[in-house]
Design a protein around this ligand. Structure first.
Ligand SMILES: C[S@@+](CC[C@H](N)C(=O)[O-])C[C@H]1O[C@@H](n2cnc3c(N)ncnc32)[C@H](O)[C@@H]1O
Length: 208
């Protein structure tokens, strides 16, 4: 399947969740607000000390990370990107646009920010085969690396999860393999967090 077709499938999936649940955590396929915010909080280790830094949020959904950032005192420019036009419409309706906030439909940002993050974009592989999705994941990580001048971060469901709890339409990555990949490709300033109580890990990469 071409990347374009794959992205269209992803966009349709999330548009369906939004149509069913509205701009809520369930509308972006999370179980609830608590875990959504816990995921957001992992990215503070990357950008929390720099309230003026610009942030690009790939797979922004209806823009919950922007609410989170502003509540943390972050004042830098924010750009939200999402492959689902319905998500971007919901984000615009919620936050408006201008004064350092902009929204874009798409999966390939056309301008970098200081930091690029992606929360939850790599999990739902649907019918896509493991190998094809694994390759797609590395491509999205490369997109993030290009989009974050000073660093980037993302999360993935973990193969450290209990096998009987895994679900066939979701993608689970090997944390050690992903750490190796990021060290080899993006340099030594890499953190992998898998201690926050969800079935996943967050990778943070600071450019040297
Ligand atoms: C699980 S939701 C998370 C939304 C948001 N990051 C949050 O945590 O509230 C994933 C979002 O990423 C979008 N998405 C998935 N893959 C994408 C990609 N490759 N590029 C841009 N958006 C993507 C989906 O349309 C969906 O809105």
């Amino acid at each position: 399947m071409s990347t374009e077709a794959l992205l269209q499938r992803v966009a349709r999936y999330y548009a369906g969740r939004l149509a069913e649940h509205g701009p809520t955590p369930r509308g972006v396929d999370w179980n609830g607000e608590e875990s959504q915010r816990l995921r957001h909080a992992q990215f503070l280790r990357l950008l929390g000390g720099e309230p003026e830094a610009s942030v690009l949020d790939l797979g922004c959904g209806y823009g919950d990370f922007l609410d989170f950032l502003r509540a943390q005192g972050h004042r830098g420019a924010y750009a939200g990107w999402d492959v689902a036009p319905e998500m971007i419409a919901a984000a615009r309706a919620r936050h408006g646009e201008g004064e350092g906030v902009c929204w874009h439909v798409g999966a390939t940002p056309d301008a970098p920010a200081d930091y690029a993050i992606a929360s939850g974009v790599l999990n739902v592989k649907g019918e896509t085969g493991e190998a094809e999705w694994a390759e797609y994941v590395l491509g999205v990580i490369e997109t993030l690396a290009q989009a974050g001048r000073r660093g980037f971060g993302f999360n993935l469901l973990s193969l450290s999860s209990d096998p009987e709890k895994r679900r066939p339409h979701l993608y689970y990555a090997d944390p050690a393999g992903m750490l190796r990949h990021c060290l080899d490709r993006y340099g030594r300033h890499v953190a992998l967090l898998q201690d926050y109580g969800l079935w996943e890990f967050t990778v943070l990469v600071r450019r040297g």
